[in-house]
Design a protein around this ligand. Structure first.
Ligand code: BES
Ligand code: MN
Ligand code: ZN
Length: 484
């Protein structure tokens, strides 16, 4: 893990392979802020001129690499645009820091100074300083820097940024891990190890215990696999807490679709169908390491949705932990079944709020794209998630509960149908949220975060790299902080 360092003094005195300065957008040339004046002096006052000659006028995240002048104890100077100084917000800083840190991969040490809040710069830098190491038998030297000194960032800010980034990295690594290497029993063991290290209490239910506990959704979905499903519960308790937040996550370690099998094309992507579980575990661990004064309970349902003679079938009627019966219509809508059990269990603790996170529907991607989570639930909580997500740079948008879609999910033979009857695809994402609402009593503040799109990225930009994103770990941590 990259060491993040709180640095003070002049950046021109930094001993680092790469010095990063932020510059503001100007008309024909960037504007060099006071924080970079020492670096400008080392360039004989010609930094703006040189950057302009290389077409960097300071627009947000524009990056130019320059050889460092001899006066500096650095090899390279990176200038990164921060855009219009009037419009600098935390996300501009996080993205610019991320862009610079990724450009510095392969170098050992980086020193960075931006105008604006150094805490945001630290978060962007820390998030970018990670890559999924993969399984190539020959390594390379192109990895993240060993240390990043953030000028002006307090010890506290650096500690918080490191803890957040480590939880995001853990979440990303689990999501990117191939499905043969992360199946429910092994995922449960890995979660147990990570949570225990953070001082979080762990309880793991195996198939026999799930059966005794009436967890019909997890058992049905996991029944086609050659390995057992698991339900993992984490509890973090703070002595100073007055509130209790429950997190719930979908942990399908591979989603073949089951008997309602998926087409071959993009099926490999379903190794990441446990990203919701990974994110809520990551957030719980971060809450514990930050010592947040809120009690957090995290419930994740881990199952592998496979095809075999023991698979569940379309037409099956199953009974969820809270006693409700569900008519199964499509075994590929498995996420809502495991979540129904996990939500039912979470509700039993009478928390002050519940947030569930799931790569639930392709409909979320159709409706909102790859970078905006679909939010459903009670008005107060969807709005809270939207507002806090916006602040941390993880966007979401609230969805309605239309009466016709609620009706579409009535079953002639069970309490609720798993999907729109007649397998209608109308308001696909919303069907998922409506189904889940049957397992959360109306009086409990609740939000469901559909992250089918935002869980991974097709592109590399700012602090986000192609692959798993770790969304919405930072939103969840900020949500928990909102209850302090
Ligand atoms: N895991 C998928 C949703 C998904 C799709 C996540 C694409 C990430 C990327 C989910 O289990 C699923 O298969 N949903 C179906 C539901 C349908 C069968 C009712 C879908 O969205 O098509
Ligand atoms: Mn599915
Ligand atoms: Zn799925």
């Amino acid at each position: 893990m990259t060491e993040l360092i709180s640095a003070s003094g002049y950046i021109a005195d930094a001993r680092a392979d790469v010095i990063v300065v932020g510059v503001h957008a100007g008309e024909d040339a960037p504007i060099i802020p006071a924080s970079a004046s020492g670096i400008d002096a080392a360039f004989d006052g010609r930094l703006a001129h040189s950057l302009a000659a290389l077409d960097n006028t300071g627009s947000a995240s524009a990056l130019t690499r320059l050889p460092a002048p001899v006066e500096l104890a650095a090899k390279l100077v990176f200038a990164v645009g921060l855009g219009d100084p009037e419009e600098i917000d935390d996300e501009v800083l996080r993205r610019a820091a991320g862009t610079a840190v990724r450009a510095a991969f392969g170098h050992e040490s980086v020193a960075i100074v931006f105008e604006g809040d150094p805490a945001a710069t630290a978060v962007g830098a820390a998030l970018a300083a990670h890559r999924f190491e993969g399984y190539k038998t020959e390594g390379d030297d192109e990895g993240p820097p060993e240390s990043i000194s953030v000028y002006g960032a307090s010890e506290e800010a650096v500690r918080r940024a490191s803890i957040l980034a480590e939880s995001v990295a853990l979440t990303k690594d689990w999501s990117d891990t191939p499905a043969n290497l992360l199946r429910p029993p092994t995922f449960a063991i890995e979660i147990e190890r990570a949570a225990t290290d953070a001082g979080v209490e762990v309880e793991v239910l195996d198939a026999a215990e799930l059966s005794a506990g009436g967890y019909g959704g997890v058992l049905a979905v996991g029944g086609g696999s050659s390995v057992e499903p698991r339900l993992v519960r984490l509890s973090y308790r703070s002595e100073a807490a007055t509130k209790h937040v429950a997190l719930v996550g979908k942990g399908i370690t591979f989603d073949s679709g089951g008997i309602s099998i998926k087409p071959a094309g993009g099926m490999w992507d379903m190794k990441g169908d446990m990203a919701g579980a990974a994110a809520v575990v990551g957030a719980t661990i971060a809450a514990a390491r930050l010592g947040l004064e809120v009690n957090v309970t995290c419930t994740v349902a881990l199952a592998e949705n496979m095809v075999s003679g023991t698979s569940y079938r379309p037409s099956d009627v199953i009974t969820i932990r809270n006693g409700k019966t569900v008519e199964v219509l499509n075994t590929d809508a498995e996420g809502r079944l495991v979540l129904a059990d996990a939500l039912s269990r979470a509700v039993e603790d009478e928390p002050d709020a519940i947030y569930d996170v799931a790569t639930l529907t392709g409909g979320q991607i159709i409706a909102l794209g790859k970078r905006t989570m679909g939010l459903m639930g009670t008005d107060t909580e969807t709005e809270r998630v939207r507002r806090i997500g916006e602040e941390v740079g993880e966007h979401g948008w609230p969805m309605p509960f239309p009466e016709d879609i609620v009706k579409l999910m009535e079953s002639p033979i069970a309490d609720v149908a798993q999907c729109g009857t007649g397998l209608k695809r109308d308001a696909h994402m919303i069907q998922g949220g409506i189904f889940l609402s049957h397992f959360v009593p109306e009086e409990i503040p609740w939000a469901h975060l559909d992250i089918a799109g935002p869980a991974d990225s097709d592109a590399t930009y700012g602090y986000i790299a192609k692959g798993a994103t770790g969304v919405p770990v930072r939103t969840l941590v900020a949500l928990i902080e909102d209850f302090e």
